[in-house]
Design a protein around this ligand. Structure first.
Ligand code: UDP
Length: 458
C-alpha cells in the first residue's frame, strides 16, 4: 500500500479576468482544506498574472502553469469565436498530458475543478479517471438559462441557432427577474458568426457538465432563491471572500495600484464614489468625457478605475482642465485592489458595469450601486440589483445614447440619500456573511464539495 495521497486539484478558468479571479479565490479555499493546486491559465494570461503578482505573494501551495491557447502572440483574444476554436484544438490534449505527467512525477493530480465555461475539460477528467466539479463564476440564473437552452428552444423563445424568436421580456421561471431576449449572453459576443460558435460551444459544454459530480457557483441562496429551488443541482458556495487574505496570488492581469488605500483612509465613512467597469468594458470617448464631468459635478470624492485600454484610444482621455479642477478630490488608477476598496468604510457607492464578481463584491460589503451595464449578463445583474434586491439605481442614457453629467450627479444624490436602500444592502451584507460562517448554507455546500473532491475515486 502506498502513502495516502495529498488532494491535488487541477483548476481551470476560462481565459478572462472575471473568471481567473474567482477561480483563484476558490483555490484559496481549497488550500485552506489541505489541497495542493495546479492552476492552469493560457500562456497569454499566465504571463500577465505572473507579471502582476505582488512581491509579497506566496505561491508555495500553488503551481501556476500554462498551456497554449492556440493563437499567435499578436492575435486578437477579444475575438471570442477565434479564441474558442483555437483553444479547443490545443487545450484538451495539453491538459491530458499534464495530468499524466503529474502521475509520472509523483505529484499526482487527483481532481479537476473546471470553470463551467470550460466544461469540455470534464471529459478529460473522466478519461484520466479524476474526480471533477464545475464552478460557475456568474449568477445561478445565467447558468440555469444556459443549461436550459433546449427548453428555451422547445418553448419557442429562441430558434435552434440561439436567435430570439422575438424581442421580449421573459422570465426563466416563477419568481425570477425578467430578462430581455435580445440580451441572451450567447448573442452578445461579436458578430453572427462568433455568436454561432459561442452558442455551439455552450451546447457542447452543457453536455459535458453532466459529468461533474458537483456544480458550484459564486452566489448565495437568499439572493437567488427561486433559481436554487428550481435548479437544485446548482449549489451556491459564495460569496467567496479570500481576496482579502494577504500574500496570496489573486490572479489579476494588471498590477493593483495600492496607493489608493491611503487616499481612501483620508475620507469620511460613506463619502467616496467608487467607479469601475471591470476588465472588458470599453468606453466611447464622448461618454468617457461626460462621465468625467459628471463625477466632477457631484462635488464628492471619487476613485475611478481607468484601465489603460478603457477608451480603446491612445492619449490623455480626460476633458480639458479636468485633473486641475478636481485636484485631490478625484483619484484615477489603472487597476485598483477592488476587494479592499469595496471593503473600505469610506466608500459610499459603486458606479459599476454590474459584472457578477463586482456585484457580489459590492453586496458582500454592503455598498450601494449605480448600474451601468454594458453587455450580456450585466443587464440581468442590473435587474437583480435594482428590481429584486432593490439596492441600486439605473443610469439611463438620453435620446442621443449618452448618460449625461447632470443625470449622473442627480442619481448619486438620490442613491446616497436613500435610507431604505442602505438598510436593505446592510441586510444583504449580513446574509452574505452568514452564508459563509459556521452553519451557513454556502459553507455547508462548500464543505460537502471539498469532502467529495478529497475522496479517492472508486
Ligand atoms: N477588479 C479589480 N480591480 C479593478 C477592477 C476590477 O480587482 O480595478 C476585479 C474585480 O474585483 C472583479 C473582477 O476584476 O473581481 C472583474 O470581474 P467582473 O465580473 O466584475 O467583470 P468583468 O471584468 O468580467 O466584466
Amino acid at each position: 500500500m502506498g502513502l495516502p495521497q495529498l488532494p491535488h486539484a487541477l483548476v481551470l478558468p476560462y481565459p478572462a479576468q472575471g473568471h481567473v479571479i474567482p477561480l483563484m479565490e476558490l483555490s484559496h479555499c481549497l488550500v485552506d482544506h489541505g489541497f495542493r493546486i495546479t492552476f492552469v491559465n493560457t500562456e497569454f494570461n499566465h504571463e500577465r498574472v505572473v507579471a502582476a503578482l505582488s512581491k509579497e505573494s506566496r505561491t508555495d501551495e500553488f503551481n501556476l502553469l500554462s498551456v497554449p491557447d492556440g493563437l499567435g502572440s499578436d492575435e486578437d483574444r477579444n475575438d471570442l469565436g477565434r479564441l474558442t476554436e483555437a483553444f479547443m484544438k490545443t487545450m484538451p490534449l495539453c491538459l491530458e498530458e499534464l495530468i499524466l505527467k503529474s502521475r509520472e512525477e509523483g505529484e499526482e493530480i487527483t481532481c479537476m475543478i473546471a470553470d463551467d465555461s470550460m466544461a469540455w475539460a470534464l471529459e478529460v477528467a473522466k478519461k484520466t479517471g479524476l474526480r471533477s466539479a464545475a464552478f460557475w463564476p456568474a449568477s445561478a440564473l445565467l447558468l440555469a438559462t444556459i443549461l436550459g437552452i433546449p427548453d428555451l428552444i422547445s418553448r419557442g423563445v429562441i430558434d435552434e441557432d440561439g436567435a430570439p424568436i422575438k424581442q421580449e421580456m421573459f422570465a426563466l421561471g416563477p419568481g425570477m427577474p425578467l430578462m430581455n431576449t435580445a440580451h441572451f449572453v450567447w448573442n452578445c459576443l461579436g458578430d453572427r458568426k462568433t455568436q454561432q460558435i459561442v452558442f455551439n460551444y455552450m451546447l457542447n459544454n452543457n453536455r459535458a457538465t453532466d459529468i461533474a459530480e458537483f456544480i458550484i457557483c459564486n452566489s448565495f441562496r437568499e439572493i437567488e432563491e427561486p433559481v436554487f429551488t428550481n435548479t437544485p443541482k446548482i449549489l451556491p458556495v459564495g460569496p467567496l471572500l479570500s481576496g482579502l487574505r494577504p500574500s496570496r496570488p489573486v490572479g489579476h492581469f494588471w498590477s493593483e495600484d495600492t496607493t489608493c488605500e491611503s487616499w481612501l483612509d483620508e475620507h469620511p465613512p460613506g463619502s467616496v464614489i467608487y467607479v469601475a467597469f471591470g476588465s472588458f468594458t470599453i468606453f466611447d470617448r464622448r461618454q468617457f468625457e461626460e462621465l468625467a464631468l459628471g463625477l466632477e459635478a457631484t462635488g464628492r470624492p471619487f476613485l475611478w478605475v481607468v484601465r489603460p485600454d478603457l477608451t480603446g484610444q491612445a492619449g490623455d482621455p480626460y476633458p480639458c482642465g479636468f485633473r486641475e479642477r478636481v485636484g485631490g478630490r478625484g483619484r484615477m488608477v489603472a487597476w485598483s485592489p477592488q476587494h479592499k476598496v469595496l471593503a473600505h468604510p469610506s466608500v459610499g457607492c459603486f458606479v459599476s458595469h454590474c459584472g457578477w464578481n463586482s456585484t457580489m463584491e459590492g453586496v458582500r460589503n454592503g455598498v450601494l450601486f449605480l448600474c451601468w451595464p454594458y453587455f450580456g449578463d450585466q443587464f440581468l445583474n442590473q435587474s437583480y440589483i435594482c428590481d429584486v434586491w432593490k439596492v441600486g439605481l439605473r443610469l439611463i442614457a438620453d435620446g442621443s445614447g449618452i448618460v449625461k453629467q447632470q443625470h449622473i450627479k442627480s442619481k448619486v444624490e438620490e442613491l446616497l440619500g436613500n435610507g431604505g436602500m442602505r438598510a436593505r444592502v446592510s441586510v444583504l451584507k449580513e446574509k452574505a456573511h452568514g452564508n459563509i460562517s459556521k452553519g451557513g448554507s454556502s459553507l455547508e455546500n462548500l464543505n460537502a464539495f471539498v469532502h467529495a473532491m478529497k475522496r479517492e475515486k472508486a
